[in-house]
Design a protein around this ligand. Structure first.
Ligand SMILES: Cc1cc2nc3c(=O)[nH]c(=O)nc-3n(C[C@H](O)[C@H](O)[C@H](O)COP(=O)(O)OP(=O)(O)OC[C@H]3O[C@@H](n4cnc5c(N)ncnc54)[C@H](O)[C@@H]3O)c2cc1C
Length: 323
């Protein structure tokens, strides 16, 4: 679960894949097997739609039931065996219009590639809490690595319910005196061993199935008002900071900064070879908003994008199958 900040970023990869779900991991199997240097960036280990899936038993060849995270690990190991590199880092910006494309992560790293596959899924938040915009940068944050040090020896709340939120909580716990982990759902959608690790931290109190009512303060955050869904009890948590790591069902495309064509619903538009409106930039999986959201379909999309990258980089006349 260590977040590495000393990764060498001067290399120009053949392809950088954003997302390590079934679309991104399957693309990585094909690009790395084709001899293309491949880097996969992802937010957290058990992240994305498959990462939070408790059980799956319809993925071809894997009879299951198996957790989505276990299946993801198999796909990623498969890609790593062909040489793909997987690096944890939330992508927040991209520069896609030149021949060498640049990808920037939240902790300030820059990665370069001749082609990009966007496989970031569709799990972005759709709505905001009362007080969230007012106190953004004044105690409200979306980034532990960037802002946790500002809360050294001070109490904070973390709102989230998956592995991404847990990994950020672990990092913030290095600094904060106390962390209230507010979980809107009735369960944390993460592997048991990761939940246990966070539970074992004395300074973390987990408030399961609590609805967030409001972030309160004057000029800076002074508290978080939450309600226990079962008992209806309202509590004011006295905190100086509120970190929010929640998902929804919107495509994860903010980092594209409108450089590629999208629909009104922010779904990426691709041609029959999975290429976006920008040459060298491809997309696959749930980020396309295909009407059937299934792991095997996302994986197949990823494979199509990977073969199209091979055609693009090697200037082939047409896409060729990989045997
Ligand atoms: C509860 C649930 C149950 C499901 N059950 C099944 C099932 O039984 N069978 C089945 O076939 N399908 C199932 N699905 C659907 C399936 O999980 C999805 O269709 C599939 O995971 C989509 O794959 P993807 O690779 O496109 O996106 P995801 O799996 O969502 O992966 C997205 C990846 O992008 C990364 N990412 C996102 N934003 C960023 C960023 N800014 N920077 C870096 N990385 C980023 C994430 O970390 C993640 O690695 C289920 C989905 C859900 C939500």
């Amino acid at each position: 679960m260590e977040l590495s900040l000393d990764f060498k970023t001067d290399k120009v990869y053949d392809v950088v894949i954003i997302g390590a779900g079934p679309a991104g991991a399957s693309a990585a199997i094909y690009t790395s097997r084709a001899g293309l240097s491949t880097l996969v960036l992802y937010r957290a280990e058990a992240d994305g739609a498959l990462g939070v899936t408790q059980q799956i038993e319809n993925y071809p060849g894997i009879r299951g039931p198996i957790s989505g995270y276990e299946l993801l690990k198999l796909m990623r190991e498969h890609a790593k065996a062909f040489g793909a590199e997987f690096v944890r880092g939330k992508v927040i910006a991209t520069d896609l219009l030149n021949e060498v494309k640049k990808v920037y992560t939240i902790d300030g790293r820059e990665f370069k590639a001749r082609a990009i596959i966007i496989a970031s899924g569709a799990m972005e938040r759709t709505n905001k809490y009362k007080g969230e915009e007012e106190f953004l940068g004044k105690g409200v944050s979306y980034c532990g690595v960037c802002d946790a040090a500002f809360f050294k020896n001070r109490p904070v709340a973390v709102i989230g319910e998956d592995d991404y939120a847990l990994e950020e909580t672990e990092f913030i716990a290095r600094f904060a005196s106390k962390i209230y982990l507010v979980v809107p759902s009735s369960r944390i959608k993460a592997p048991p061993e990761i939940i246990e690790e966070v539970q074992s931290k004395e300074k973390v109190s987990i408030l399961l199935h609590h609805r967030v009512l409001e972030i309160v303060g004057t000029s800076l955050v002074e508290g978080l008002k939450v309600q226990d869904v079962k008992t209806k009890e309202i509590k004011l948590l006295e905190v100086d900071g509120v970190f929010i790591f929640l998902g929804g069902n919107k495509p994860s495309v903010d980092f594209l900064m409108n450089q590629v064509e999208m629909t009104d619903e922010h779904c990426i538009v691709v041609n029959e070879e999975m290429m976006t409106s920008v040459p060298g930039v491809f997309a696959a999986g749930d980020v396309l908003c295909t009407n059937i959201k299934q792991a095997v379909i996302a994986a197949a999309d990823g494979v199509k994008a990977a073969l199209a990258v091979d055609k693009y980089l090697n200037k082939k006349a047409k896409i060729t199958s990989q045997w």
